[in-house]
Design a protein around this ligand. Sequence first.
Ligand code: GTP
Ligand code: MG
Length: 423
Amino acid sequence: MPDLLSKKYRDQLVTWIGRPCHFQLVYKISRDGCSAPTFHQKCDGQGATVTVLYNTNNTEYGGYLSQSWNSNCAYINDPNAFLFRLQYNGSSNPLKFPVTGTGNAGYGHSNYGPTFGGGHDIYTFSGTVSPSGKAFSLNGGLINLGHSYNLNGQNVNTIANNSLQVTDLVVYKVIDGPGQTVPDLDKPWREHDGWTNETMQALKESLLDYKPMTETNVTAANILLIGQIGAGKSSFFNSVNSIFRGKITSKACSGSFEHSVTTMFNPLVPFTPDTLGYIKDPNLKDKIHCVAFVIDGSTVDVMSDKVQKRMKDLQVRMNHRGLPQVVFLTKLDKICPDVNDDVKNTFTSTAVCDAVEKVAEIMGLPRAHVLPVKNYESETKLKTTVDILLMQALQRCLDFADDYMDEQLDKMAAEGKNVQSKD
Ligand SMILES: Nc1nc2c(ncn2[C@@H]2O[C@H](COP(=O)(O)OP(=O)(O)OP(=O)(O)O)[C@@H](O)[C@H]2O)c(=O)[nH]1
Ligand SMILES: [Mg+2]
């Protein structure tokens, strides 16, 4: 789950605080409950803190104290304190409001939540506040905003929408020195080609033009899709098919069935000499050139040992033949709300990054072999971004298939075999 406080606003706060520092979340009402005793238990004596209120108007504001919170019914003297606004009605709009009444910068009281200023400027809540739905109606007040802080012409409406209706209130401990663990959410965790229509067209053309880069009669790459029931094999096939048909199609039956509807690729049905289409001594063109494990990204955390073992067993046989393997990690939309909103967020999503890492570890494959995708499932229209993600995955798979064919040809040449088929 990405942190509520974006990288941009963290950087802004660090600039205002005026020394290298980073933030550690210590109290969050949506997680810990909105209760004054809990706030004090977690925040008293912690040194410098930043308190941020996230109100239901998409406004983010709060205050910084360089001194510790206390429960002593005592004002906190702090010449370095300031209040701030980071965002207003969904737009980035950072402003700093320096303390004027330094002796009353904060107020510590066992039955009060975070409280700033004499009077008080920001009095968040007292006692315990229960959530109603996803929001908390904090029972404090903002009527004296401007009492101990210089609002530089702003007022309670332009700073806080005059609203204590919040989705969250978070207190961060300020720790000296630059942080290492704060992920840069603006920087993608994997390079990608962008999300434009041109990128989509270029990928489409390159895939349409695809021919194995070998001087043989091999005209296509054979990719084996393997995966658990419901992992999204048929959906992947259908999605790719849809892209090239220019509309959503459903050639391979997909859906939630207890038993697989695509037994053809199902490892539960072993491939034997009796299987229709079995070729005893296959030519390169008849072989599998790349294996794609299709794994449901939303169930990575609960993948059973049995399934892991089954895949490992298959991998042993594939490794034996030097077969390249990739993972199509499906259902990204289910693991990250940002990706559900827009597939463009795939490579900046920490949830997707984590899932990719986890799968790479389970499968013993390099991370670059794990290819996140989102299949078409309920859509009625194609989307450029979804197309790009799917085609990129397919393209990578074909690159690996090419490498494999090259190696096989070298091997056959070394063994003096004729690569051309008999027919
Ligand atoms: N939200 C979401 N749902 C998906 C995605 N891919 C597949 N699904 C859904 O997951 C269910 C199973 O997908 P299938 O493609 O039928 O899975 P399969 O691997 O072919 O399953 P079997 O043929 O039964 O082995 C279907 O209801 C799909 O609509 C995805 O990327 N996102
Ligand atoms: Mg299927």
